[in-house]
Design a binder for this molecule. Structure first.
Ligand code: HCA
Ligand code: CU
Length: 387
């Protein structure tokens, strides 16, 4: 059952340097990894998950480098449920081990080839050697939403008894809906005492909604990446989670430097060689741009008419677009006022009409609109007053 909004905070597990590295366009250098980790830490994410150190020599070296930065955030290594992987990660000095094991019929068959008892056997074999070694342990059920819930519960109870501090439930293929997530997380919540982490892919465009449903149903930790990058079309984005939370539970974002989201998104976009996507929450270039006359009229009177988020909270500014055919007279009047031009109501109306005609065949820049308005103002001012 969905619980009401809660004052319980969520913790952000940022996976940009793990899941994000599995994005088709990602190939971060050591310097980029360090810069991204440092920036994530300044933003205030609670956990920074990094690629397994057994992936490559540089993955191991960079994990050590990031651990040695001594950041506030916990540094976690994402590893298979394997003693060997865990030993390498522990030797790097990580704060946490994030173990993952496929649990769905598909992954049992085609990934590790073990049935439920086999999965439990591996957990029983590995966990006693790594619990109590100075790193917290999270055990995640990969593809949990295509795994029978009774199996998820069985695994969760066994690994909790073996001493893990958090259980992960992953929507690996992005098939879950918010209702299903709420349902599964609340059942899991009732069955275990340890923390619960949700990791959700975006194949069905529900990643942020699912993450939100997970938190409301009792998850303590939410996985995100900067810009939502990851395998295929990625997972919940940090900006999306913050945008959701800032509206539905504003208290929960107070611990994060939300004014740094824009530069964080821009930094990762640069490292990927892309622009911040046009539809990114909060940080897209047009996230606070208003265009149609009906919108701009109301926003100029009262911004909350068409803004659920205050751009100033994120260090952003509102933009009223004027160089297009949907422009309205209130937007033109405001533009004239900002330019210090005195145009009466009739002049504003005729300038708006003229602009609409002018831009019907294509938008023009705001600077061109300014020139246009200045010219109209000069024309409507008697020349004797100009001298
Ligand atoms: C992967 C799969 C994973 C793991 C998530 C987790 C997923 O290892 O690439 O560790 O909770 O989506 O299931 O990202
Ligand atoms: Cu994933």
């Amino acid at each position: 059952m969905i619980q009401p909004e809660t004052s319980r905070p969520f913790r952000i597990v940022d996976c940009t340097l793990r899941e994000g590295e599995q994005f088709a366009l990602a190939a971060f250098t050591t310097e980029q990894r360090i810069a991204i980790a440092t920036k994530l830490d300044a933003f205030g994410v609670d956990v920074i998950e990094m690629t397994t150190p057994v992936a490559s020599p540089r993955a191991e070296a960079d994990l050590r480098r990031v651990v040695d930065l001594g950041l506030q955030a916990e540094i976690a290594a994402h590893i298979r449920c394997s003693r060997m992987d865990a030993e390498v990660a522990l030797a790097c000095g990580v704060d946490a081990l994030h173990l993952v094991m496929g649990t769905s019929p598909q992954l049992r068959l085609h990934s590790h080839g073990r049935d439920l008892l086999g999965i439990l056997e591996v957990a029983r074999e590995v966990l006693p050697h790594i619990v109590g070694r100075g790193a917290s342990i999270r055990f995640s059920c990969e593809d949990a939403f295509r795994t029978p819930m009774r199996d998820v519960l069985r695994i969760a109870q066994v690994v909790e008894d073996l001493g893990v501090s958090r259980i992960g439930i992953a929507d690996t293929v992005g098939c879950a809906t918010p209702d299903e997530v709420a349902q599964r997380v609340s059942v899991l919540r009732a069955a275990v005492n340890c923390d619960i982490e949700f990791h959700g892919h975006n194949d069905g465009d529900c990643a942020v909604a699912n993450a939100w449903a997970a938190w409301r149903a009792g998850a303590t930790h939410i996985d995100v990446t900067v810009l939502g990058i990851g395998e295929r079309n990625g997972i919940a984005s940090l900006g999306g989670l913050i945008a959701r939370a800032a509206q539905s539970a504003p208290h929960s974002v107070q611990r994060y430097r939300i004014d740094q989201l824009l530069s964080l998104d821009q930094q990762v976009a640069r490292a990927l060689g892309i622009e911040v996507p046009f539809n990114a929450c909060i940080t897209s270039p047009t996230a606070f741009s208003h265009k149609a006359g009906m919108h701009t009229k109301a926003v100029l009177a009262e911004p909350t008419c068409y803004e659920a988020l205050n751009p100033a909270d994120f260090g952003r500014t509102r933009e009223i677009l004027v160089g297009h055919t949907l422009v309205g007279r209130h937007a033109i009047s405001e533009r004239a006022r900002l330019l210090g031009l005195s145009l009466d109501d009739a002049s504003i109306l005729s300038a708006t009409r003229a602009l609409k005609n002018l831009t019907d065949s294509g938008a023009i820049s705001s600077d061109s609109v300014d020139d246009f308005l200045k010219e109209r103002a000069a024309r409507s001012t008697p020349s004797t007053l100009n001298s």
